[in-house]
Design a protein around this ligand. Sequence first.
Ligand SMILES: C[S@@+](CC[C@H](N)C(=O)[O-])C[C@H]1O[C@@H](n2cnc3c(N)ncnc32)[C@H](O)[C@@H]1O
Length: 245
Amino acid sequence: MLATQVRRPEWAFMNYGYAPADGEPPLALDPADEPDRLSIGLYERTLAGADLTGRDVLEVGSGRGGGAQWVARRHRPRRTVGLDFSAAAVALSARHRRAPGLDFVRGDAEAMPFPDASFDVVLNVESSHCYGSVPAFMAEVRRVLRPGGTFCWADFRPADAVGPTLDALRASGLSLTAHDDVTPQVVAALRADDARKARLLATWLPRVAHPLMRRFAAMEGSRGFEAFATGRTRYLVARLDAPPA
Ligand SMILES: C[S@@+](CC[C@H](N)C(=O)[O-])C[C@H]1O[C@@H](n2cnc3c(N)ncnc32)[C@H](O)[C@@H]1O
């Protein structure tokens, strides 16, 4: 719906962002990327230093394509594919996000249109909460990953679903090599980006859509924001590795 209603190319990301914790160095960015610093920060935190150079990378749930384009530009993989359920988001991404080796494909995270063992890295940022079945998604991640490949994941869950979610990731047969709760850094990003979001909301969307969008974007004062700020919703990052050949 958002990809159809707001086609503006300058809206490239749809995630809550990540503000570095104390002592974490700030990202070095080109001036053109500054408006997306917090969303790019979430991608970098999710990748956690994974080496993508010369690799084949799949992003599942690529949204408006800003993250896949960032990865293709900054990390120099051989190929980057952004997969999304929304045909409108895929069309928007294909039109506005260009980089060497970057393509966008329409498809379902639970039935991916790729052969077995076709990617070295699968990236999934703030999308899996939308899926009907996380086990079905994880079976697909394992299927499309090459032996020794890496899955980098970030998403939010109710506090009482954190344990079961990590269990579901592990049950895929990939090994959970790192995981972290980054809720404070996400709350800091939400606070830092609130005024900018309010300006964009007022400019881009009709007033009738504002209450829903304030909640969707977890803006300060919304139920979504309060759930993060009080810890009822937690934001997690994890890395899992496929068994070697
Ligand atoms: C909150 S957006 C995040 C987009 C992007 N990762 C980012 O951070 O900017 C979630 C995306 O997941 C996509 N999505 C939801 N269900 C999906 C599914 N079953 N298969 C593929 N993509 C899906 C949505 O269409 C949406 O573009």
